[in-house]
Design a protein around this ligand. Structure first.
Ligand SMILES: Nc1ncnc2c1ncn2[C@@H]1O[C@H](COP(=O)(O)OP(=O)(O)OP(=O)(O)O)[C@@H](O)[C@H]1O
Length: 627
């Protein structure tokens, strides 16, 4: 009982009460189990020295004045949970050496309290939603061995890291800008540590820094001249001679294999060397560290040695994980639908990239390859696809990549390594239906003429009908940002068939909620072809009214027509045609999925409207184009 009232137990219970809303931990004062035996807790002399609460679906907040009371804590890992809100002040954890807070949903700025941990060797804040600058004083933590800040929203410039201790370093997937500091430490890391920061430049990532003024703000720096590195050079860098010229596709394949293999060997040898050196250095240091800490007495030194050993094992595992990812990264892109390999992963990684946006399944970039090919790269969020195995992903992508239709943006290639999944699509330069309806930086919002609505509605219906009928797949994420305009302003669907791979997340966006049909709105049910039909109806209403889904009212059909007219006040359009299109939208929104039409039936309805118009006007539809 005394143990359960100790401040350490109170700190753990305080943490649980705010972080573990779904009660996965089961810490309890009433239980007969002493707190030192609670899940993930390791004590030394009744003080918590190690707390590992990983992969436990903790879904609350990390409350202040809870774990920060564990003054003897050396190792803290809350990795791979769903914790939200800011990281609290941890400055009381003066003994902390290892901190893993990665793969959560933490928001707010960099936790500056960590900057006072002079013993800190491992800091992993990757895969969160942290914003603001990376503090310069992080470069003064001279024992730092492992630093991962990748996949956040950090901006500003990179501090001049130059700790010789630093062996693992990754700041990719942020919004960092400016030149990468040229320090001996940073030069030891390859471009993969810096990738996906559109505004970064410098030697390491083969992107020239422009000294001149940026006329269009910081993102203008993104567009650097294409890198001069070509495939052959890249292979030579690794000491591999290319064979005699061969037929083009064979040569591509062979070059890619050589690059993949040589990069893999190079990275593997380099990483192993770093790792062996680090472990040897640590073993050498162990004696002197224990001696240095002898002031705290023999027991403290013993505890330090135990913790150090545990920490080394942990680091060893983490380092192996990172190595695995880098080796796997040297694999290559898998091109879909039997198409020729037009570029390699190596070329893609060297492309200049511009952030297009962060969506529900990942982050989307526009990438300009050195052969001037422009592609869109979707970097899928590992956390959201956690339940999808390598085999499931490959199998699904083989199907999705086989889809070819004039109203679908083609998936050209995909790639997967341990934590990395990329999808490569054609880039559509004319923007999205969202911008067309609601306006963008360069255009004003205005309701589209009903004939344009009809054309777009038909294009979208064609694409969806093809997905449903020919392949028995489901789009699952139809919305105006996922309808892109092709070279001739034809509507093409993007982001199709990815929802099936994603663990369903609680929808908070009011437009997202309005797009979901009742049968899946409050459940974990997967999307179906009939839920696509419902969402199509919402899109059609957005197209006709110019209003986002959350502003669509629930009214009787007559009142809906009245509302629609009020949205399109200056239109002077054709009420009868508008009414017919509205009828299609209403039929899609019926609450019973069985009563909704199929996409094929919708297509028929639209074609009837079109034929009626053409008959009246004696015109033919001039538009029949491809993406
Ligand atoms: N192939 C493409 N060509 C041009 N722009 C694209 C392409 N694919 C996506 N975009 C644009 O990039 C932006 C981000 O897209 P992304 O798919 O990541 O997010 P989203 O569409 O807002 O949400 P979701 O992930 O739910 O689809 C959007 O504005 C989208 O219109």
């Amino acid at each position: 009982a005394k143990l359960l009232t100790s401040p350490e137990a109170t700190a753990l219970l305080g943490f649980q009460s705010k972080a573990d809303l779904r009660n996965h931990l089961g810490f309890s004062r009433n239980a007969s189990i002493p707190f030192c035996d609670w899940q993930g807790v390791t004590c030394y002399q009744q003080k918590v020295v190690r707390l590992i609460l990983e992969d436990l679906s903790l879904g609350g907040v990390f409350a202040p004045n809870t774990l920060s009371q564990l003054g003897q804590l050396r190792v803290l890992s809350l990795q791979n949970n769903s914790l939200t809100g800011p990281i609290p002040d941890l400055s009381a954890l003066v003994n902390l050496k290892t901190l893993f807070l990665d793969h959560n949903f933490f928001t707010g700025s960099f936790p500056v309290s960590t900057l006072s941990f002079h013993r800190l060797r491992t800091l992993d804040l990757s895969y969160n939603n942290l914003t603001g600058n990376i503090p310069n004083s992080l470069a003064y933590l001279d024992r730092l061995y492992y630093l991962r800040l990748d996949r956040n929203w950090f901006n500003g410039t990179i501090p001049p890291f130059n700790q010789s201790s630093l062996k693992t370093f990754n700041i990719s997937g942020n919004n960092l800008t400016g030149a990468i500091p040229v320090t001996p430490t940073l030069q030891r890391f390859d471009f993969s540590s810096f990738l996906w920061n559109p505004g970064l430049c410098g030697e390491i990532i083969h992107k020239e820094c422009h000294p001149g003024p940026h006329f269009f703000g910081p993102t203008a720096a993104v567009v650097a001249p294409p890198p001069t590195v070509v495939l052959g050079q890249s292979a030579e860098e690794h000491g591999v001679e290319l064979a005699q010229p061969q037929p083009i596709s064979k040569q591509h394949k062979r070059t890619a294999i050589i690059i993949g293999f040589s990069t893999g060997v190079f990275v593997l040898i380099g990483s192993l060397l770093c790792f062996v050196l680090a472990v040897r250095k640590q073993t050498d240091k162990k004696q002197s560290t224990a001696a240095a800490e002898s002031d705290d007495g023999a027991a403290a030194a013993q505890a330090a040695a135990v913790i150090q050993m545990e920490q080394e094992t942990e680091l060893e595992e983490k380092v192996k994980r990172v190595q695995g990812m880098q080796v796997a990264k040297s694999g290559n892109l898998i091109f879909c639908a039997g198409e020729a390999q037009l570029y390699s992963l190596d070329q893609l990684m060297r492309a200049s990239a511009e952030l297009l946006g962060r969506g529900t399944v990942g982050t989307t970039y526009k990438a300009v390859l050195d052969n001037r090919t422009v592609v869109t790269v979707k970097r899928l969020d590992a956390g959201k696809l956690a339940a999808t195995t390598k085999e499931m992903f490959e199998q699904h992508m083989e199907s999705v990549g086989g889809l070819r239709h004039p109203n679908l943006v083609p998936l050209r290639a995909y790639f997967q390594a341990k934590e990395e999944r990329l999808l490569i699509y054609d880039f559509q330069s004319n923007g999205s239906l969202f911008s067309l309806i609601h306006g963008s930086k360069s255009t004003r919002a205005k309701p589209l003429h009903w004939t344009s609505c009809l054309k777009i509605a038909e294009d979208v219906a064609q694409g969806l009908s093809y997905i449903h009928q020919a392949w028995r797949l489901v789009h699952g994420n139809l919305k105006s940002t996922n309808v892109l305009l092709g070279p001739d302003f034809e509507a093409c669907l993007a982001d199709y068939c990815l929802a099936a791979l994603v663990t369903s997340v609680h929808e908070e966006d009011p437009d997202g909620i309005a797009r979901k049909p009742p049968e899946i709105r409050n459940s974990n049910h997967q999307a179906t072809s009939k839920s696509d039909v419902f969402t199509y109806g919402v899109l059609l209403l957005e197209l006709l009214s110019g209003k986002p889904p959350s502003q669509h009212p629930l009214l009787a059909p007559d009142e809906m027509m009245h509302w629609l007219r009020s949205c399109r006040e200056d239109d002077g359009g054709d009420d009868e045609r508008l009414g017919m299109l509205l009828e299609v939208a209403i039929s899609c929104s019926l609450s019973s999925p069985e009563q909704r039409p199929t996409m094929w039936q919708i297509l028929k309805m639209l074609q009837e409207i079109k034929e009626a118009v053409l008959m009246e006007n004696g015109e033919l539809d001039p538009l029949s184009r491809t993406c």
